[in-house]
Ligand binder design. Structure first.
Ligand SMILES: [Zn+2]
Length: 237
């Protein structure tokens, strides 16, 4: 696999058609998980996906659009337009050395900007074709676990248990819909920063969810590349 450890000449020689970019975040994850939880998952999972697809692995983005977590110490947020600029700049850079597909794997639910940003790019017919993949769509039975809940806590117990303060985990599901994060943010809906059931987390569940995520991203990227290839040269009515 080519990636940050490769030399420029190795990259040239490998001539990868596909590059994989995980999108993490730097935001509060309540009392029991670290600020870089999403970035940690983005790095681990995108590396595995890139390996399986013999793609170029890019370092995951450590910051993104964490507006809903404003007010919690430690949170660093990029404005949506900044996220769009970064994705576009990375796309232009990899296109320069021949990458035709860029898989953007999103690990943070607040990155709504990805959809219009990637749609605008693709509809302009630019290269590389960019794929927008939310890894959590591939996970089964995640229930009401929106943030720092059973799913994220389990995956961290599986990947790096020393990073979890499990004895401090506290279940909480706010009496709001997730759309109310737009109105009140996390601070106004869940003052402890949890949305879900972290106390139910186990290492075994984490392994299952992590592997489901890898599998989903791998298959989805394959399907999208096939469809893009098929459309190549095709014209509208
Ligand atoms: Zn998270």
């Amino acid at each position: 696999m080519n990636g940050p450890e490769s030399t420029s000449f190795e990259v040239k020689e490998a001539a990868c058609r596909l590059a994989v970019l995980g999108i993490g975040s730097f935001e509060q994850h309540s009392y029991h998980l670290p600020l870089d939880t999403d970035f940690f998952f983005a790095s681990e999972m995108s590396r595995k996906v890139a390996e399986a697809l013999k793609a170029f692995y890019l370092h995951a983005l450590p910051y993104s659009s964490s507006l809903a977590h404003k007010g919690f110490s430690g949170t660093v947020l990029l404005k949506p337009e900044t996220v769009k600029r970064i994705i576009w700049d990375i796309a232009e850079s990899v296109s320069d050395w021949g990458v035709r597909y860029l898989a953007v794997i999103n690990f943070h639910g607040g990155n709504f900007i990805l959809n219009p940003a990637i749609r605008e790019w693709n509809m302009a017919g630019r290269l590389p074709r960019i794929m927008h993949i939310d890894y959590y769509r591939g996970l089964s039975d995640t229930g009401a676990n929106l943030h720092a809940g059973e799913m994220e806590t389990s995956m961290m117990l599986y990947l790096a248990p020393e990073r979890v303060r499990f004895e401090r985990a506290k279940d909480y599901v706010p009496p709001f819909g997730r759309e109310d994060l737009t109105h009140f943010g996390m601070l106004g809906t869940s003052p402890t920063g949890v949305w879900g059931y972290p106390e139910r987390a186990t290492r075994e569940k984490g392994e299952r969810w992590f592997e489901e995520g890898v599998r989903y991203c791998r298959i989805r990227i394959g399907e999208l590349m096939e469809k893009f290839d098929e459309m190549e040269g095709a014209q509208g009515p």
